[in-house]
Design a protein around this ligand. Sequence first.
Ligand code: SF4
Ligand code: SF4
Length: 266
Amino acid sequence: MGNSEDLLVVDEKVLNRVPSEERRAKGPYAMIECFQHIPCNPCTKACHFGAIRPMKDINELPKVDYDKCTGCGLCAAHCSGLAIFIINEAFSDTQTEILMPYEYLPRPEKGAVVDGVNRDGETVTKAVVQEIRLFPDKTALLGVVVDDRFAQVVRGIRLPFMEKDRIRDGEPEDVRIDESIVCRCEDIDMDTLTRLMDENHLSLNDLKLEARFTMGPCQGKTCTALLVQQLSRRLHIPPEQITGPRYRQPLKPVPIGELAGYPGRQ
Ligand code: SF4
Ligand code: SF4
């Protein structure tokens, strides 16, 4: 387990979203850790309390009105980016409950002791599973309890059987990633990317033309970094030597009404 203070460092942009101490003391609240201007808004429609302000432009970042947020968790279950966490610092005098999206099976049992990991997947503390909330056809929320100082640090868990899976044929592996989603917009997994690279599709543009990587609504904001990482490993060259894909306008979704009203049209 990592015990370095470095593992507890939280990015400024996350800290800027943490509500006031007064609000945090009142009970659970939503922490929306969504920082990419992608066309996405299920969170705004999921909230029955009007706590996530409607977006004028679907590429805006969601904002929470903490006077209205009850910490119900609906937005977290509906968030397609798994970017919302419900934090309850009022859980007890010394402990915080963190509700996080959890899409793996089998789910841990209530009372299980698991590793709490930070945003980089590094183990920072032990966490106890407090609850599992299931929503029909939506992402399950797993509630874990940690010491208060990890309230803004722990954003995932690792189970004991996951540790075993990291060892194959006696050789440690980073993670078991074959079915991991690389491109959420086009639903392309790591298996597909590996097959394409095996077939000699070894540039970002080639992968784009073969499988529609970078062509979904987010226009590569999420998958490009992962593709660069994988191509860099496969080609044994530094990431900065991987040439980016070619982009063409429009770079983000534009309402058809805006195009119709464009003064330059014939
Ligand atoms: S936790 Fe509930 S009340 Fe708060 S923003 Fe999400 S859906 Fe709305
Ligand atoms: S990724 Fe989640 S938080 Fe971000 S806009 Fe989409 S639904 Fe909302």
